[in-house]
Design a protein around this ligand. Structure first.
Ligand code: ZN
Length: 544
């Protein structure tokens, strides 16, 4: 090994000392031309790439792997330690936090918002971090106690614990939505028509690494020294692309995301100023690449308009395809896109990860319009419900666009209410609705720009789920069941409405089965079948 030849031992020792104290070290190095950035992205937590220069975080194991590459490096001071402790100001209780809150102030703010604006918000405690800190989100919408027929939007920030600008901006955004709901018609429209979820800090152990009192000393990794944005299942490298178990924060986030069935999200970071859209994993473009470019462009353009020259202009003037910048696996945006059939981008808000508190209001000013506009994007596209034509019950259906969808970009309607949202650019599309056991339907839809087209679909079953025969019957009656994934419950009533066969009969398997209708005298009866969501009544005739 050439470590000793290339690195002064003191630098390596120094890095190991930092790792032993903080669980991570930040290194900066230059790769030789033609060398593979992706190689470094696989062995450590690459944070930033500018040309040939890489800034990366390394845990103990990652640092030892990095040493094997023999690349000379410099150690960077953690951005959270550049913050002068004195710059963190004391706050008055109940006042909007313009600076970095302590952990207890944060919890109190979230609880106060939920209490003071209970008509339009609910506090959701969706889990615990590795060290037992609370993972909190506010659900902001009219009628927060109900699941309405509205699209669901999700902002989360600071899964890298030392990227704290987004954390403060999320608190500002919550404040903006709640305090201006009654007076600002734009905000009222967003809150009334969208279920908005905001999780300001998704890695509180990293953010409060040194103390619950302050973000000073925050780390990127969680308490187990894992980069949470490399810890999600990946379409290419499987469930555990980083070789680590899913962290408590990851499990909680996956459960939250699956539970709320969001259509659009953003994952907020710092360390650059750019909107990063899928994929991070591979070079193939997302089916909705043009839509992604458009919404990312809109975010960056608006931010540029309300900020000093040069802000949010990194890479392609403030936007980038993830893979084109540098590839990662285990990132959340690819997880959301591939496995949840949702849409998500990663917004890098500020070059400085932990700027002085005094500049935080400026970052809010640069971003507040973009943050609101981005929420609004969830309203545009095709939406509606899918139901069973006979029963009107909600159906889970696959909603896909021929010649357009690929790599899991299709969406699904919900089991619970049949609701779906297909965000898409303006254009004319042939949309197919498929559900097992039902006739497929296709509809051609014209979607004008920045508007929503409602398309409610009812699908007809492929066949009767059952068939009774013979009818009339003399001694035996049979039932043919076409599917084997449900039980049928039977009751028989006489014409006066009295139940004459009182115990329902369970028929668990598909195929032909005899049903026992002993003891019936000749005459007309009503047989009631309950199968899945169906309740079907049919006349049967008993003969001699
Ligand atoms: Zn980050």
């Amino acid at each position: 090994m050439g470590i000793q030849a290339q690195q002064p031992l003191s630098v390596v020792d120094q890095a190991r000392t930092i790792i032993s104290e903080r669980g991570e070290v930040i290194v900066k190095f230059v790769i030789s031309s033609g060398s593979d950035v992706d190689h470094f992205s696989r062995i450590m937590s690459v944070d930033h790439v500018i040309g040939d220069t890489i800034i990366a975080y390394a845990s103990e194991i990652q640092f030892e792997r990095f040493l094997e590459t023999d690349v000379p490096f410099r150690i960077l001071q953690p951005p959270s330690l550049k913050l002068k402790e004195a710059s963190i100001t004391e706050k008055d209780a109940g006042q909007l936090q313009e600076g970095y809150p302590s952990y207890t102030e944060y919890i109190a703010m979230m609880e106060d918002y939920a209490e003071n604006y209970s008509d339009i918000t609910t506090l959701v405690d969706f889990g615990r971090s590795a060290e037992g800190r609370k993972l909190l989100a506010l659900k902001i919408t009219d009628h927060p106690g109900f699941r309405e027929q509205e699209p669901v939007f999700l902002y989360t920030s600071t899964m890298h614990g030392d990227e704290v600008v987004g954390y403060v901006l999320m608190l500002r955004l919550i404040d903006e939505l709640l305090t201006k709901y009654e007076t600002d018609s734009r905000i009222k429209t967003l809150v009334d028509h969208i279920e908005i979820w905001i999780n300001p800090v998704s890695n509180p152990d990293g953010t409060y690494f040194l103390s619950d009192e302050s973000v000073y000393g925050a780390t990127r990794f969680n308490a187990n020294h894992v980069d949470l944005n490399r810890n999600f299942p990946n379409p290419l490298s499987g469930d555990h692309p980083d070789g680590n178990e899913w962290q408590p924060e990851t499990v909680a986030m996956m459960n939250l995301m699956k539970g709320i069935r969001f259509s659009l999200a953003a994952n907020i970071h710092s360390g650059a100023e750019v909107v990063n859209y899928p994929w991070d994993t591979w070079s193939r473009l997302h089916a909705d690449d043009s839509w992604y470019r458009e919404i990312s462009r809109a975010y960056a353009d608006t931010a540029q308009k309300y900020s000093p020259e040069g802000y949010m202009t990194f890479l392609e003037n403030g936007i980038t395809n993830g893979y084109a910048w540098y590839s990662i696996t285990g990132g959340r945006q690819d997880y959301s896109n591939y496995f949840l059939h949702a849409r998500e981008v990663t917004i890098e808000l500020s070059d400085e990860k932990v700027p002085d508190e005094s500049v935080l209001p400026a970052y809010w000013e640069y971003n507040k319009r973009s943050l609101l506009d981005y929420i609004e994007q969830v309203l545009f596209g095709i939406s509606g419900t899918v139901t069973d034509e006979r029963t009107g019950n909600a159906l889970r259906a696959k909603i896909s666009i021929a010649g357009h969808d690929r790599d899991s970009s299709e969406v699904y309607s919900s089991w619970e209410d049949g609701l779906y949202h297909r965000l898409i650019n303006s254009g004319t599309y042939t949309v197919s609705f498929q559900s097992p056991g039902y006739h497929e339907e296709s509809h051609t839809v014209n979607v004008p720009g920045r508007s929503s087209v409602r398309l409610d679909i009812s699908l007809s079953p492929l066949m009767q789920p059952y068939k009774l025969y013979p009818n009339p019957f003399s001694d035996r009656m049979f039932i043919y069941i076409s599917e084997d994934d449900g039980e049928i419950l039977l009751d028989v009533f006489d014409l006066a409405g009295h139940k004459v066969i009182s115990t329902a009969e369970l028929i668990p398997a598909a195929g032909n089965q005899q049903i026992h209708l002993n003891g019936l005298v000749e005459g007309l009866y009503i047989i009631q079948l309950r199968y899945k969501d169906y309740v079907i009544k049919e006349k049967i005739i008993k003969t001699r």
